[in-house]
Design a protein around this ligand. Structure first.
Ligand code: FAD
Length: 361
């Protein structure tokens, strides 16, 4: 049988593209090398009956109404606001840094205006920050940088912040109000029955076929298709001909407890102690009511599954060599975080997948 499209990967990029194509009457085959759908947003009920996120917490948020409406066709939502704390010297602080963080850290009782004036004197005046360290100290000064950012970034990325792109920390806001939320997006919610259920509903279409445990590079022969949408690693597609694109990986250590909650918040960051970066208790945001709980500790590693592209100039240059090759191919499209070697949130991937299919069909 022939397919209009072969799609490699069943994360948001692959599944959203598949659904948009099928809704336009195209026949689609998805090949996924893992044993499950959902890509990195995959969740499942563990042996303790707790809904857990296998590849780290996935907090859905977006400002894009089209993305929100598209996904709402496949799930109901549990509205939530994500609140995260950072543990410094044994105390929990609001994070991202806000007025409470500043007052607690400096033992002050500043108003918003006073805190701004205070930080203005502390911040290091750098017009165009060239790296993550300069980016943070130019906004908030050295003390808070050293307490909250420096060691966290070293653990997370395995390099000093002065060697990392400014874009890494530019995503983290600093607020002079008391807003304790992690994000300010208009829509913040978890799929009511989980991400995997959302994916199941999205893929439930007669023109979408799915092969799990199937690797494009090993199993593509004999598959008859006209166009290819590839959401795997771009360097792997080209057989690593220019070298391997480096990624930061993670090891997840899950632990179950016979008690309702382990900690007060869904996420606590540990910038300065331990080898793990954060402890996540996802139950706080999935809203599951159950007398037991599961937590996960995240240990950054240099080897393993490719999670975070490392934003450094030399890696970007290597990626561009692959992109140059990709641009020469006909009827082959590279989307998603691995194919573009770019950290993208779920909503960004949904948006670009919808846009790609609108352009193609
Ligand atoms: C630890 C962590 C936490 C995150 N938290 C958030 C968050 O809170 N909020 C948010 O919006 N985003 C978050 N993200 C980002 C989110 O995971 C991505 O936006 C999303 O996964 C992108 O979807 P994708 O389809 O591009 O990639 P993926 O979800 O990675 O899907 C790609 C799929 O392709 C498959 N594949 C690759 N190569 C092949 C091959 N050769 N053959 C067959 N299949 C193949 C892979 O197995 C994978 O399933 C987080 C990411 C990580 C790593």
């Amino acid at each position: 049988m022939g397919y209009d499209y072969l799609i490699v990967g069943c994360g948001f990029a692959g599944a959203v593209s598949a659904r948009c194509l099928a809704d336009r009457g195209r026949k689609v085959l998805i090949m996924e090398r893992r044993s499950h759908i959902g890509g990195n947003s995959y969740d499942f009920y563990n042996s303790f009956d707790i809904l857990v996120h296998k590849y780290g917490p996935h907090y859905f948020r977006t400002n894009d109404k089209d993305v929100w409406q598209f996904l709402s066709g496949f799930t109901e939502w549990r509205y939530c606001q994500y609140v995260i704390k950072s543990c410094v010297d044994g105390q929990l602080f609001d994070f991202p840094v806000n007025l409470n963080t500043i007052n607690q850290f400096y033992g002050t009782r500043f108003s918003s205006m006073e805190a701004k004036e205070f930080i203005e004197k502390l911040r290091v005046k750098i017009d165009r920050p060239r790296n993550s360290k300069e980016q943070v100290i130019s906004i908030i000064g050295e003390n808070i940088y050293n307490a909250f950012f420096k060691n966290y970034t070293i653990k997370q990325w395995g390099v000093d912040p002065s060697n990392l792109d400014a874009s890494v920390t530019a995503r983290i806001p600093v607020r002079f109000n008391k807003d304790p939320r992690y994000f300010e997006s208009i829509y913040q919610a978890m799929p009511k029955e989980g991400y995997s259920k959302l994916f199941e509903n999205m893929l439930d279409h007669p023109d979408i076929s799915l092969m799990l445990n199937t690797d494009y590079h090993k199993d593509k022969d004999g598959i008859n298709y006209t166009k290819l949408i590839y959401t795997g690693c771009i360097d792997e597609y080209f057989d690593f001909q220019f070298g391997k694109l480096p990624y930061r990986s993670l090891r997840f250590e899950f632990e179950n407890y016979e008690q309702e909650y382990y900690q007060e918040y869904s996420q606590i960051n540990y910038p300065n102690e331990y080898d793990f970066t954060r402890v996540v208790e996802i139950k706080h945001v999935t809203g599951q009511k159950i007398s037991k709980t599961t937590i996960v500790r995240e240990y950054p590693e240099s080897e393993g599954e490719p999670y975070y592209p490392i934003p450094m100039m030399k890696n970007e240059q290597l990626y561009l060599k692959y992109k140059n090759e990709a641009d020469k191919l006909r009827d082959t499209y590279f989307i998603g975080r691995l194919a573009q070697y770019k950290y993208l949130n779920m909503d960004q991937v949904v948006k670009e997948s919808i846009d790609l299919i609108n352009k193609l069909e």
